[in-house]
Design a protein around this ligand. Structure first.
Ligand SMILES: NC(=O)C1=CN([C@@H]2O[C@H](COP(=O)(O)OP(=O)(O)OC[C@H]3O[C@@H](n4cnc5c(N)ncnc54)[C@H](OP(=O)(O)O)[C@@H]3O)[C@@H](O)[C@H]2O)C=CC1
Ligand SMILES: CC(C)=CCC[C@@H](C)[C@H]1CC=C2C3=C(CC[C@@]21C)[C@@]1(C)CC[C@H](O)C(C)(C)[C@@H]1CC3
Length: 523
């Protein structure tokens, strides 16, 4: 069989489509691989990609659509309908970097998929089994340990209660009711419709963002003895775990039938356990009901506040108090502020990594329905049986810390969200930006010029303010702080490799200008 002639030759200057967009940039052909039928091309900013022939046009025959007024690609909008079939080439990257990068790449190619599969399968078996078992076990460990008179880690392990103690059908009923109640509120046609960020297919999904604090008030229904939540915490955690497992099984099965453009790039290794854990469908929806958005923003997040409130009532009951302790009030108010802010700015979540890139599988379902409500409430749970009175200066210092953290968190998140939604927003015109070859720009002054993740800095300061009211007698109430440092450092490095891959030399320039990742002059 004769091979078709190679259309473009080494050294040719042609127009290459940028992955995931309909924008073409001038590129130089470096090589052609007859096996994969891919051209290796280099963009002017030094980014090397592999493109299919259909994503290349000759400069002579190329008809620019309408020329953008601005020369900066950052002011242009990508309006892609179908993803470009491309692969980023990176000979110098290590296997680990390729793995991290590959899992959330926004460009697809058969060759890249093969590489992704190899990496996923390599990482999957042992590590995934470990996380699948460890994460639920850790939740139960925390719940059992924190309830002990002496919850210090030297007093490890907590006695294992009989298996029946984990199960209560009524608790399962309450969890189901709670989720249904939240679902009902979610489908209530109140609140504005927001558009998510463009998907690989170019489509923008609509989300109803009616984050209403009334939900919390409604749930905290008068006359209901909420201390049930404290006394049945273990059983409620088991019930939520069961629901998250069932949900993940459903998500795994439906992802096998989903159209390719609805899939995230991870969670497709062929290893059932890994894919079940990681999740493959990006935004699974039942009609307009977005399962990922709902789970991330509603039952667990609002449940977190409900549980905290129940802990305050349990503290009053246990110690015969007329009002909760100062420490308990601080923990409740601080975390309530965090959740209400999250709900209030619900649409900001549409530009976060989880919503934009990650598939919805066990990791997120469990994270949303079990991890958040049953481990983020550790401080309040701890305070019920381990009171820690606060002096007025200590209280004032903690409040100031929380407010500073909140200010940094909110301002930086809002700045990025506003910029991503409308880069031409006149309120942001004073900010310096770096254009990138993708058409998006990077903020290089304002909050995002201080460190590369100012939002993480604010979040960490707030986490510190949540643990301080519990004092220093035990490590357990500091668990969230420790976990959060690990989570954010990991997310930062994952985001770094994603952005380096997406933005090439523009990202390197950003990193040279903004040298620190999270804490100025420290990290
Ligand atoms: N309480 C909790 O358990 C958790 C809280 N969080 C919080 O959620 C929030 C969202 O976090 P997360 O999704 O991890 O990350 P970010 O909201 O920081 O999103 C990172 C993305 O922002 C964009 N970006 C990065 N730098 C710039 C820049 N200079 N200019 C413009 N855009 C830039 C890039 O996306 P692109 O360029 O593609 O738009 C990048 O991928 C944070 O406040 C975090 O603290 C997160 C995890 C857990
Ligand atoms: C170990 C394990 C199972 C990890 C799963 C991680 C998830 C618990 C978190 C991933 C990103 C999250 C975010 C929030 C909650 C925790 C998870 C789901 C968030 C909704 C909390 C409220 C904030 O205001 C937020 C909206 C910025 C935030 C978004 C990310």
């Amino acid at each position: 069989m004769t091979m078709p002639p190679v259309k473009y030759q080494r050294g040719d200057m042609v127009m290459g489509r940028w992955p995931g967009s309909s924008l073409y940039y001038e590129v130089k052909v470096l090589a052609f691989d007859s096996k994969s039928q891919l051209y290796t091309v280099i963009y002017k900013d030094g980014t090397e990609l592999e493109l299919k022939e259909q994503d290349i046009k000759s400069t002579a025959g190329f008809q620019p659509r309408s020329r953008s007024r601005s020369r900066s690609p950052g002011r242009r909008r990508s309006r892609s309908r179908s993803p470009a079939r491309t692969t980023r080439r990176s000979s110098s990257r290590t296997a680990a970097a390729v793995a991290a990068a590959a899992i959330t790449d926004s460009a697809v190619s058969s060759r890249r998929d093969t590489r992704l599969k190899d990496v996923e399968v390599m990482l999957s078996p042992v590590v995934t089994y470990f996380w699948l078992l460890f994460l639920p076990a850790w939740v139960f460990f925390l719940v059992l340990q924190v309830n002990r008179e002496d919850p210090s880690l030297t007093n490890f392990p907590p006695p294992l209660p009989p298996l029946e103690a984990f199960w209560d059908a009524q608790a399962l009923g309450f969890v189901i009711l709670w989720i249904l109640f939240q679902a009902l509120l979610y489908v209530t046609p109140v609140g504005k419709l927001s558009e998510g960020m463009p998907l690989r297919s170019g489509e923008r999904l609509k989300y109803r963002t009616n984050g209403d604090a009334i939900t919390v008030a409604a749930a905290v229904h008068q006359g209901v003895d909420l201390t049930y939540i404290h006394s049945h915490f273990l059983q409620l955690a088991t019930a939520s775990l069961l629901i998250s497992i069932l949900l993940s099984v459903y998500l795994y099965i439906r992802s096998r039938y989903a159209a390719p453009e609805q899939l995230a790039l991870g969670g497709n290794s062929g290893n059932v356990v890994y894919d079940f854990f990681k999740g493959h469908e990006l935004n699974p929806r039942i009609k307009n009901f977005d399962l990922k958005f709902f789970c991330e923003m509603r039952p667990g997040l609002i449940g977190w506040c409900l549980i905290n409130f129940a802990m305050a009532l349990a503290e009053m009951k246990q110690h015969g108090l007329d009002a909760p302790s100062n420490s308990m009030i601080l923990v409740n108010l601080f975390q309530l502020l965090y959740v209400v802010d999250g709900l209030w700015n619900e649409e900001a979540i549409l530009t976060t990594m989880d919503l934009m890139h990650d598939g919805f599988g066990f990791m997120l379902a469990f994270g949303d329905l079990v991890w958040v409500p049953f481990t983020y409430t550790m401080q309040a749970y701890y305070l019920v049986s381990h009171p820690n009175p606060l002096s007025l200066p200590a209280l004032a210092a903690i409040v100031i810390l929380k407010l500073v953290g909140f200010y940094i968190f909110r301002k930086s998140n809002s700045e990025k969200n506003a910029f991503r939604r409308n880069p031409a927003d006149p309120r942001l015109s004073h900010l310096k930006t770096i254009p990138t070859a993708t058409g998006k720009s990077l903020l290089v002054s304002g909050w995002w010029g201080v460190v590369r993740h100012p939002n993480y800095l604010g979040d960490l300061l707030m986490a510190l303010a949540w643990s301080l009211p519990c004092g220093f007698s035990h490590l357990l109430p500091w668990y969230y702080m420790i976990y959060f440092i690990i989570l954010l450092v990991h997310r930062d490095s994952r985001d770094m490799s994603d952005c380096r891959r997406k933005y090439g030399s523009a990202w390197d320039e950003y990193c040279r200008t903004v040298r620190y990742r999270i804490i100025p002059r420290v990290y």
